[in-house]
Design a binder for this molecule. Structure first.
Ligand code: SF4
Length: 263
């Protein structure tokens, strides 16, 4: 080190902010590049086939390295950590990492995003290690639609069992993320809402992003279209539950196709 170089402790620096001047409190940590699903919008089978070279175990960040990095980010203002993948529950001994992360002074929340297939097996252990919450990716309750969107892997029943086990373990609030694709699962969004209404499980719909597939956005369903469908078929859900701006013209209820048939 030259005489003119000065080492400044991270916690002596101003906390970094995003472009809206908000402090950056959340850090996502990908602990595994592999997944046991092949969702076409994320890991299409043509690319992520059996010969695809994922990272070897020696190439991933070790738990010690992840904890070290997390400590540094906490010094920069991070307070919430979210473990993701790929599928994070494929990483061996993940509860050990959760336990280490929760002991870092300044960490207020450690959460996990998972496809849910292995969640029933690990929910209690993760809770005991200090995990607070889980978010489960579940695009549809329809077995055929689910299979199409997961690339033919996993099953709805396994994911539902994982959600139930997470609720029992009090990894709450359990949140569900559903990616909505036009002509694929957009006709099943109401079923998801109805299935979890009153259970405390929060269902969130995610706009499909055509990342890396170059399919020209043909599957994109705007958030307004999803809201119109929900309001049309389930007005009892109410605008407040859906967090709708009052009387925004784009969120006016459409006519429910199912109701039209009922008449
Ligand atoms: S479950 Fe998640 S990580 Fe796995 S392929 Fe699907 S979107 Fe990607």
């Amino acid at each position: 080190m030259s005489n003119r170089e000065v080492i400044v402790p991270l916690n002596a620096l101003p906390a970094p902010r995003d472009t809206f001047a908000r402090p950056m409190r959340d850090l996502r940590i990908s602990v595994m590049d592999r997944c046991n699903f092949r969702c076409p919008y994320c890991m299409p089978r043509e690319t992520f086939h059996e010969q695809y070279r994922f990272l070897g175990s020696h190439e991933r960040l070790s738990f010690d390295e992840i904890v070290r990095l997390a400590r540094l980010f906490v010094q920069l203002g991070v307070r919430k950590l979210r473990l993701t993948g790929g599928e994070p529950l494929l990483r061996a001994n993940l509860p050990d990492l959760v336990g280490d992360l929760t002991t870092i002074p300044g960490v207020e929340d450690v959460a996990l995003t998972t496809n849910g297939v292995l969640l029933a097996r690990y929910a209690s252990e993760l809770k005991a290690a200090g995990l607070k919450r889980v978010t489960v990716s579940l695009d549809s309750l329809d077995a055929g639609v689910f299979a199409r969107m997961s690339g033919g892997f996993g099953g709805v029943d396994e994911v539902l069992a994982g959600i139930e086990q997470a609720r029992r373990a009090e990894l709450t609030p359990v949140k569900i993320n559903a990616v909505v694709q036009r002509g694929v699962n957009d006709h099943t969004v109401l079923e998801l809402v109805e299935r979890f209404r009153g259970t405390g499980v929060i269902v969130r719909f995610i706009e499909y992003m055509d990342v890396g597939n170059r399919r020209g956005g043909i599957h994109l369903v705007g958030v307004a279209a999803v809201l119109r469908r929900l309001l049309a078929c389930a007005p009892v859900i109410g605008r407040r539950t859906l967090h709708l701006p009052v009387r925004h013209p784009r969120h006016q209820p459409a006519r429910c196709p199912a109701r039209r048939r009922e008449r």
